[in-house]
Design a protein around this ligand. Sequence first.
Ligand SMILES: [Zn+2]
Length: 75
Amino acid sequence: MTRKHRRNASENVRPSDLEATYICDSCGEEIVVPVDVSAGSHQDYVEDCPVCCNPMVLHVDIDDDGGAHVEGEHE
Ligand SMILES: [Zn+2]
């Protein structure tokens, strides 16, 4: 028998719907990336820019309040 406290979802976004933006170093476009909060509050990974196809190193940080920040840097 398990008892779980249900969080009141009065806040805003569901965790799985988080998105953040970064500016591509190569083409200067603003890129929107989905953020997987279940992967941790800090993530580094490489993703090709969907506009110019250059690989970008992305540094993702997730705040305590659920906001996500992404910084992109040219590989
Ligand atoms: Zn680009």
